[in-house]
Design a protein around this ligand. Structure first.
Ligand code: TEU
Ligand code: CA
Length: 558
């Protein structure tokens, strides 16, 4: 396929959750100066693009995804000078900073919302979705964080809409003034030299109007917002306008957080002239989700994992690029989620890394993934901070689960698993802070930490580094960036194997997604081993015998 080359096609990205990354002033909260201090660590790993979860002024009801001022940095994270310094320090190292664009909603503490409360009939009332309380709720949608998505506009006879937390009122994108405010803010940031944005919850900006009910799907009488998303039409007009007015002028990189997109719209979203540069592939993270809640989710198996990845690769490769993740701040740790319990070890972690980084797409690592950080062994619901997990716990209890069973069910998926502090060393609080960390550190930090891995050539960290450097090696780069993904021996159980076929070259990736060894027939007799996550490789005449969780990358025909 002939694809116009873009500056970001061959880049590797990394998500920082600032609150948990590195604290420089001992208040237990990670900060921007902490990110600056760790830029060389990221550069050494091979990272080009850094996405920061929100650092704007915020009451942190949803950890910064509730913005009170889009032009200010929250003092807990630092100052605007720190932010400018970060952008410049990144630039010096040929790295790009992405901020999080949270434009579906703002905070209830934002000036716009405060003005809407003071005068619902005035211009700021139209920045939001308001309705007369006397008529009852305009629709029965359930907020993503539980309960009805309509609440009283304080001190008035109105209701307002919030698809997320009640401290996150939805902005009314139908109002051109709102769009104008957002575009202005985007350009203001891009003028500072940002590389672009990660775009939060964006599918929600277009509501199917007028508001109406859908059949209820739980005993609360409410329904999932996804019903509305299926019905809504015309989001493309908003997104193209945004792109034309902002990103395009700067050749900015954008990655959309898009759930529930319509399959036929993929080309509109990430095709040649798509709304975004790329969007996340959530096929594996979303697998098995149940409308009833987390407690009812179906666990993903290696075969499911393979099917999800290959299906995404097939769908997208003639259209554009997806961004590949195994985890982010909304998900459990990938190694805990995708590798069967009991099998989580350095070899299986490296296997998962091989698959993620060798697939076609833009890899996005999440902080700590490069160290093989694992889910947190939370002991009680009291240890949980995340609003989403607390709500899912309530849902599980309401469905009749015991305290213990409900806890177990939600801990598997809890967003706090990935939000525990980054494990820098075996020093107190994992070297994250000299104070008390805002969220408990995973007790495995004495075993899993950056300091012990950076200089260990067998560590998960060094392995990630090798995979990234393979992606950038001029000999293989073109194939790894642009080459087609062609599944190999697709029906062989717990084997995830695929070619990356470039113009002049074929690479073969073989990953044994199980603890037992398995034999894999080779398509070619001549090959060179580029990557191997085990000390040895058992080579037979026409096949390889892969050990449990062994993964290799082969250059064929050489
Ligand atoms: O997430 C969007 C979203 O749909 C999430 O609710 C997701 O389904 C859930 O977290 C899975 O457990 C984005 C952000 O990534 C998330 O952190 C925010 O809470 C949310 O938007 C609201 O801004
Ligand atoms: Ca701090």
């Amino acid at each position: 396929m002939n694809m116009k080359k873009k500056w970001w096609h061959d880049k590797v990205a990394y998500q920082i959750y600032p609150k948990s990354f590195y604290d420089t002033n001992g208040d237990g909260i990670g900060d921007i100066p902490g990110i600056i201090e760790k830029l060389d660590y990221l550069k050494d790993l091979g990272i080009d693009i850094i996405w920061l979860s929100p650092v704007y002024l915020s009451p942190l009801a949803d950890q910064g995804y509730d913005i009170a001022d889009y032009y200010k940095i929250d003092p807990r994270f630092g100052t605007m000078e720190d932010m400018d310094r970060l952008i410049n320090e990144a630039k010096k190292r040929d790295m790009y900073i992405l901020m999080d664009l949270v434009a579906n909603h703002c905070s209830d503490e934002h000036e716009w919302f405060q003005k809407a409360i003071a005068d619902p009939e005035g211009p700021y009332g139209q920045y939001f979705y308001l309705a007369d309380a006397k008529d009852g709720r305009p629709c029965n949608w359930r907020s993503y964080f539980g309960g009805p998505c309509w609440d009283e506009l304080p001190g008035t006879d109105k209701l307002y809409l919030h698809l997320f937390h009640k401290k996150q009122p939805d902005l009314n994108w139908e109002n051109p003034k709102v769009r104008e405010e957002i575009f202005q803010n985007i350009n203001w940031w891009l003028d500072k030299g940002l590389g672009g944005f990660r775009i939060d919850a964006i599918i929600n900006i277009k509501k199917a109007l007028p508001f109406h009910d859908y059949p209820s799907d739980r005993s609360d009488g409410l329904c999932s917002v996804s019903n509305m998303l299926k019905e809504s039409q015309g989001i493309g007009d908003f997104l193209q306008e945004m792109k034309n007015r902002t990103f395009d002028k700067y050749d900015a990189f954008t990655v959309g957080e898009v759930f529930d997109a319509k399959p036929e719209e993929l080309v509109d979203f990430i095709g040649e002239n798509g709304h975004f540069s790329t969007m996340f592939d959530f096929s594996t993270t979303c697998f098995g989700k149940s409308p009833k809640g987390w407690y009812d989710c179906q666990q993903i198996t290696p075969e499911d994992y393979k099917a999800c990845c290959f299906s995404s690769q097939r769908k997208v490769q003639d259209i554009g690029f997806l961004a590949n993740v195994i985890e982010n701040h909304d998900e459990p740790r990938g190694v805990s989620h995708y590798i069967p319990e009991g099998d989580v070890n350095d070899t299986s972690k490296k296997m998962l890394a091989t698959v993620t980084l060798m697939l076609r797409g833009i890899p996005f690592l999440y902080q700590g993934q490069e160290l093989g950080m694992e889910n947190m062994p939370f002991e009680s619901i009291e240890d949980i901070n995340d609003v989403n997990t607390l709500d899912e716990y309530k849902t599980a209890k309401a469905a009749g689960l015991s305290d213990e069973a409900a806890l177990k069910a939600v801990l598997r998926y809890s967003r706090d698993n990935a939000r525990t502090p980054m494990q820098w060393s075996d020093q107190p609080s994992a070297g994250f802070t000299s104070g008390t960390p805002w969220l408990k550190v995973n007790p495995n930090y004495t075993r899993i930490n950056a300091a012990s891995q950076i200089h260990d050539e067998n560590s998960v960290f060094s392995y990630y580094k090798a995979l990234i450097s393979l992606r950038k090696n001029p000999l293989y780069k073109d194939t790894l960036v642009y080459g087609q993904t062609v599944p190999y021996l697709e029906s062989q159980k717990n084997l995830m194997a695929f070619f990356r076929k470039g113009e002049k070259q074929s690479l073969l990736i073989l990953a044994n997604f199980q603890n037992e060894p398995q034999e894999v027939l080779l398509p070619e007799e001549n090959y060179q081993i580029l990557i191997n996550n085990c000390p040895q490789l058992e080579q037979q005449e026409h096949s390889l015998k892969l050990q449990g969780y062994q993964a290799v990358v082969l250059a064929l025909g050489v």
